[in-house]
Structures are given as structure tokens and as C-alpha cells.
Design a protein around this ligand. Structure first.
Ligand code: PMP
Length: 433
């Protein structure tokens, strides 16, 4: 194990010149200088397997994506006020992956910006302001996205909950009030959304929006219980609200069984928000809406976005979709993810500290507790495991409101061999606790 320099000079300049409220991972800092598919390389020539970087969806510096980006950026990059083939080709290819009613695209530059726009459009459409979110959710860093992110506004330094924001309980089958084995848990959790709608009604209000990830990321890598979204969407629509699916972390084939997270729940949202993976690390995000919502938004005021939809971004998006399809990455995510979850469940049988393994495809969480009966989060232990795994060349992270969920969402090229090795190394790290 090489422990590395302390990079004090670099850290000093960062401290002075870069915004300070940005944490840097790991006790011994990493200086990554190169990436290739699921691998990252540091300045000391060490190789790491990247188990968390879902924005590098088809792999760091995937050669097909890089080549097509290079060709486009050497040819033209400008705004969308000129006709260009890439934007329409991408809109057609992207909407072909979605149910037909989701047909109109708005291209932006980040997930935060996409969520912000999605909220603006929903408010135009419904003429309402109130938003229902899930507790612990994160939807981004713009002012509006922060307002709908309990993960931020409830945290240290947060500005608290705005009066037009309403938190529904996290449908967490492990930790929440309705647990695994409760066949009506989805409906019971969705009843909390209806409770909010009824409270609003008392004040002569109605929700503009219900926004929810289709598997919960920052909330703790949580697949939604069966019928949750269907029931919640029915309640929201009956009250005149719009249902937004935030697919920024989970969409684009990652979950294996389906291309989109909402398909696991048999629903069709009114708005889908995409980000991170769709540009493979290039700043590209999108809002895709129904004709009706697009019409309501087209009210005379122009919507123009300097970088959104530019030819380089669109070419990148097209290349990413081509690679996913040509390399059958969705199927690969399904098989590799199931294989990895099998391995993690074997560890769960051996080590009581792992109390839940959950996920779909290559979107996986493993919850760690000190005691299975009290469910006390194993915080120092999970930090120990993550550091140990890093020393062995596997980069993992933690998530969840209690900071006790191992978060696994690697580039889609992550292999079965990587999965086997990860499980073998986790076994060693857990045995050292
Ligand atoms: N939505 C979700 C679910 C996210 O996880 C994130 C980023 N972690 C965002 C939105 C915001 O995306 P960005 O950082 O690209 O603004």
C-alpha cells in the first residue's frame, strides 16, 4: 500500500483560490491524472477501479465518444439559433427511448438547471406553486433545486424549509415504518403524499409538482416499493399536479431491467429530468415533457440557453446513446449488478454489520449497522471500509441520511471480474473491523 504525499502546496492554493465549501475525498488525498473506462490512474501510477462515478456512464474517456466529440469541436460549436442536424437527431433518438407522450426536449447543462426548468414549466402548467418532495432528497444546487432538497436545506448551513415545500416520508422498506414483507407498503408510503395534498386543500391550495427520483440516490440507494409511484402519481394528478421523475442518477440503462427507473414502477411521468450520465461527463442535461406542458410553457416569452443543445453536447449525447446500444450495456449492467449483489449478500450472511443489500443493475447500496436489532448506523466502520478499499484500489463512497450506506454506481463497463475482486477485498476489510 502506497500512502502518498500530502499535496500540501496544491491544497494550499485550493484553499485560497477555490470555493471553500467543497470536500475532498479520502484521508490521503488522491490526484487522479487519467481515466479509461472503469479505471482511474493517479500521479503515482496507481490504478483504481471506479465504483461510484455514474456520470462517466459508458466509461471514462470512452474512445468512441472522445473521437466524435473531438471531430465536432474541431468543426463547429455554437448556439441553437442556427439550424443544425445534431440537436434534432439527438432529440429524436432520446425520445425514442421514452414512452411516446414524453416528446418535447429542452437541453441544458446540469441536473440542477434541468430540475429548475422542470419546476418552472410545471408552475406555468398548473398555475400553482407548492412542491411535494421526498425527505432526504437531493435535486441540485440552484436556488430552486436547493429549496426542494431536504438533504441540503435541513443540513448544517441550510436555509430551512420554504413554506411551499412539503416533505413526504422516504419509502424506505428497511428503515421506514413499513418494511420488507409488507405487501401494501407502496400504498402506505404514498398515503403520506395524499396527506400533504389534503393539508394543502384545507388552505385552498393544490400541488404544482410531485418530484421524486425513481430509485433514491442521496436518500440511501433505495429502490421504491411496488405501487409507490403509481399510487402517489394518481393522488397528485387527481389534485391537478404534475409528476416529475428525476432520473439524473439512475436513468440510461443503469438499472439493467429497464432503460428508465420509472419503468420499474409501471408509470409514465409528465416530465423526466436527465443529467449526469447522458453526456458521459460532458455537461449535458435535459428536461423532456409532454406536448401539453410544452404548449403551456410556450407562452410568448422566449426560452434561450447559451450552451444548452450546442452541437458538441448533442454529438456527445448521440455518441453515448450509440455506445450504450452497440455495447449492450443495459444487459451488461443487469448481469453484472446481479452478480455483484449475489456476492454482497454472501458477505451479509457472513458479517452481521451488513444488514441490507439492495438495488437494481449497477445501482446498488449496502447498509451497515452496528447492531441489526437497533439498526444503529456503523459510521466509523463504513469509513474504515471505504478507506481500506481505496488502499486496495477500489474507490467506493457512502450515502444515506445516516452516512452508513455503501454506494455502488460504477461506469457501466464495470466487469464481473471487478465485482468478484471487490467482494474479495470487502471480505478482507470487513474481517479487519
Ligand atoms: N438530481 C439528482 C438526483 C442528483 O443526484 C443530482 C446531482 N447529484 C442532481 C439532480 C443535480 O445535478 P448536477 O450536479 O448536474 O447539477
Amino acid at each position: 500500500v502506497i500512502t502518498g504525499d500530502d499535496y500540501s502546496d496544491l491544497l494550499e492554493v485550493r484553499k485560497k483560490k477555490i470555493g471553500r465549501n467543497l470536500s475532498i475525498g479520502y484521508q490521503d488525498k488522491l490526484k487522479i491524472v487519467k481515466g479509461a473506462l472503469q479505471y482511474l490512474y493517479d500521479d503515482k501510477g496507481r490504478t483504481f477501479v471506479d465504483c461510484v462515478n455514474n456520470p462517466s456512464h459508458v466509461g471514462h474517456c470512452h474512445p468512441v465518444v472522445v473521437r466524435r466529440m473531438q471531430k465536432q469541436i474541431a468543426t463547429l460549436n455554437t448556439n441553437t439559433r442556427y439550424l443544425n442536424d445534431a440537436i434534432t437527431a439527438y432529440a429524436e433518438k432520446l425520445t425514442a427511448t421514452l414512452p411516446s407522450k414524453l416528446s418535447v426536449c429542452y437541453f441544458v447543462n446540469s441536473g440542477s438547471e434541468a430540475n429548475d426548468l422542470a419546476i418552472r414549466m410545471s408552475r406555468h402548467f398548473t398555475k400553482q406553486k407548492d412542491i411535494i418532495v421526498l425527505d432526504h432528497a437531493y435535486h441540485g444546487t440552484s436556488t430552486v433545486a436547493m429549496e426542494m432538497s431536504p438533504y441540503k436545506f435541513d443540513s448544517k448551513g441550510g436555509f430551512g424549509q420554504m413554506p411551499w415545500i412539503h416533505k413526504a416520508i422516504n419509502p424506505d422498506l428497511y428503515r421506514g415504518p413499513y418494511k420488507y414483507g409488507d405487501t401494501n407498503a407502496g400504498e402506505k408510503y404514498a398515503a403520506d403524499v395524499q396527506r400533504i395534498i389534503e393539508d394543502l386543500k384545507e388552505e385552498d391550495k393544490a400541488p404544482a409538482v410531485f418530484i421524486c427520483e425513481t430509485l433514491l440516490g442521496v436518500g440511501g440507494q433505495i429502490p421504491l416499493p411496488e405501487n409507490y409511484l403509481k399510487t402517489a402519481y394518481d393522488y397528485v394528478r387527481a389534485a391537478g399536479g404534475v409528476c416529475i421523475a428525476d432520473e439524473v442518477q439512475v436513468g440510461f440503462g443503469r438499472i439493467g431491467d429497464h432503460f428508465w427507473g420509472f419503468e420499474l414502477q409501471n408509470v409514465v411521468p409528465d416530465i423526466v429530468v436527465l443529467g449526469k450520465p447522458i453526456g458521459n461527463g460532458h455537461p449535458l442535461a435535459a428536461v423532456i415533457v409532454t406536448e401539453e406542458i410544452a404548449d403551456a410553457f410556450s407562452n410568448g416569452m422566449e426560452y434561450f440557453n447559451t450552451f444548452g443543445g450546442n452541437p458538441v453536447s448533442m454529438t456527445t449525447g448521440l455518441a453515448v446513446l450509440d455506445v450504450i446500444q452497440e455495447e449492450e450495456m443495459q444487459q451488461h449492467a443487469l448481469e453484472t449488478g446481479n452478480h455483484l449483489m449475489d456476492g454482497l449478500r454472501k458477505l451479509m450472511a457472513k458479517y452481521p454489520i451488513i444488514s441490507d443489500v439492495r438495488g437494481h443493475g449497477l445501482f446498488i447500496g449496502a447498509e451497515m449497522v452496528k447492531d441489526r436489532s437497533t439498526m444503529e448506523p456503523a459510521v466509523s466502520e463504513i469509513d474504515f471500509v471505504v478507506e481500506k478499499m481505496k488502499a486496495h484500489g477500489y474507490l467506493l463512497s457512502t450515502d444515506g441520511p445516516l452516512h452508513n450506506v455503501l454506494k455502488i454506481k460504477p461506469p457501466m463497463t464495470f466487469s464481473k471480474q471487478n465485482a468478484d475482486e471487490m467482494v474479495r477485498l470487502l471480505d478482507i476489510a470487513l474481517s479487519e473491523l
